[in-house]
Design a protein around this ligand. Structure first.
Ligand code: NAD
Length: 460
């Protein structure tokens, strides 16, 4: 817990440090990124243990989705930073020739990065890497729901960086509320839509630009021509990873009526084959972050509709991988983002039913997954549904490609990042036109008499 005066002082120091322009040079950026990479490698054991304690994450998932994900991001950023920093040349229209035009990527300044509980390592460090690569300073605020991970992040940041460059603020809602009153140059928030709107309202008071990485109900569509064995394998993977606490997890499945029974039978067998008949004994299956979220998710399960799972244990924060059938929009489970290991299955006959279902839900989906072997079906669904990003015949894998911008649309988010998009998100694109002095066409200057005809021709 840091007192308000200390928080305000850190933000003030960061502005001074940023204004000194030390963070702007390529050498500074690359050295700090390398230092961060060494630090994360050193903290791997501590992070893995903390993720196990806070979320029951397996060592494998901790590496692939958190520590390894961040290291890979750092390798990629370190490799390409010099190239990204080069001003981008663009064409110059004839009317303003002779001149050249360039876009310079300049740092935004002092950033506030707020991260959620579910992937506390990757969702804190991926924006931080982008911020550092773009030459910024940053204040980090992680989730109080994962106290062990937050403590380890705090230790790493305090070990590696001076607070005037990268600072960690410990605390809960009051500290974050106070932080949001400070003047930042950019706020990067990952979390729920509810808190996203609080962040946006606070940012508006200072006219601070925001990036919002939010959630929502992401659909998964399984068409009648899908390869069902592949579909159930990949849907179970995407849904039950981190016990369903993944912003891009398939929230619900819409399956074609003709293959519904076969789909339910196959997904039931798939769940048992990966986690055993009692998933609470599986070392690969995680736990719900706290009792409040546990009770919320349990309340969404309608036991009369359960095909597999439905078991839970409050003391252990365990909820079995659960599939529900014959679900409609009237069910509680369709009224909010589930964010847990419960998979409702709805049936459809025509695509119009899919489009209507998605439209009736409050948010544009952050992700969308389509399982079909037909290019025409894939095309129709990609074009017909508004979503942030997604996959055809897989789940979640689009996040693994740094060349794809990651972000939501409409209420599922503002702005995107990852790879170059992240660097771009934390940069200001400064437009510079360099005019030549050896020639000065008098066409544009007053008096204008007799010049309009020529100008009209040039501007066509
Ligand atoms: P949350 O919105 O409750 O919390 C996120 C952060 O906001 C935390 O650091 C928390 O301390 C802070 N916070 C909470 N209440 C606040 C308040 N009143 N004022 C200021 N700050 C406050 O989210 P969560 O429960 O940690 O995470 C789950 C949500 O995040 C889900 O909706 C999920 O879809 C979304 N999410 C989105 C992405 C993405 O990349 N789009 C990634 C992960 C999670």
């Amino acid at each position: 817990m840091q007192d308000q005066q200390a928080i305000a002082e850190i933000v003030r120091m960061q502005h001074d440090f940023f204004n000194s322009a030390i963070t702007h040079s390529y050498d500074f950026r690359i050295n700090q990124l390398r230092k961060l990479k060494r630090g994360i490698e050193k903290f791997e054991g501590q992070f893995t243990a903390a993720l196990k304690d806070d979320l029951g994450k397996s060592e494998f998932e901790s590496y692939v989705t958190e520590i390894g994900f961040v290291l890979h991001d750092l390798t990629n950023t370190i490799k390409y930073l010099k190239k990204w920093l080069k001003p981008k040349k663009v064409r110059t229209p004839l009317l303003i020739q002779p001149a050249s035009s360039e876009i310079h990527f300049t740092p935004l300044g002092v950033n506030l990065i707020i991260s959620p509980f579910n992937y506390p390592i990757s969702l804190t460090f991926a924006p931080l890497i982008a911020a550092m690569a773009a030459g910024n300073s940053a204040v980090l605020k992680t989730s109080e729901l994962t106290p062990k991970v937050s403590k380890a992040i705090q230790q790493l940041i305090n070990d590696l960086f001076e607070p005037e460059y990268i600072a960690y603020i410990a605390g809960e809602v009051p500290e974050t509320t106070f932080l949001l009153k400070q003047k930042f140059d950019h706020i990067f928030f990952t979390g729920s839509s509810r808190v996203g709107s609080i962040v946006m309202a606070a940012a508006a008071k200072n006219l601070t630009p925001v990036t919002l990485e939010l959630g929502g109900k992401s659909p998964c569509i399984v068409h009648s021509d899908a390869n069902l064995d592949i579909a159930v394998k990949r849907i179970a993977y995407g849904k039950f990873m981190n016990a369903g606490q993944t912003c891009v997890a398939p929230d619900y499945v819409m399956v074609h009526q003709d293959i519904k029974d076969e789909f339910l039978e196959k997904i039931k067998h798939r769940i048992i084959s990966i986690y055993g008949s009692d998933a609470s004994l599986s070392p690969d299956f995680g736990r719900i972050v706290n009792e409040q979220h546990h009770s919320r998710i349990v309340r969404l399960i309608d036991q009369d509709k359960v095909v597999v799972g439905g078991y839970f244990n409050k003391a252990d924060r365990y909820i079995a991988p659960t599939v529900m059938k014959d679900v409609s929009l009237a069910d509680k489970v369709m009224a909010e983002e589930i964010f847990g290991p419960v998979l409702p299955v709805l049936a459809y006959d025509h695509f119009d039913e899919i489009f209507a279902t998605i439209r009736q839900l409050p948010q544009h989906p952050l992700a969308c997954y389509t399982f079909s072997e037909s290019k025409a079906v894939q095309k129709e669904l990609i074009a017909g549904i508004r979503f942030g990003g997604g996959c055809v015949n897989h789940c979640i894998q689009h996040l693994g490609n740094h060349n794809l911008p990651f972000g939501g649309v409409g209420e599922s988010g503002v702005g995107s990042y990852h790879g170059f998009s992240g660097f771009e998100r934390f940069s200001h694109k400064k437009s510079v036109l360099k005019a030549a002095s050896w020639l000065d066409l008098s066409l544009i200057y007053p008096p204008y008499k007799g010049k309009l005809k020529a100008i009209r021709r040039m501007m066509k």
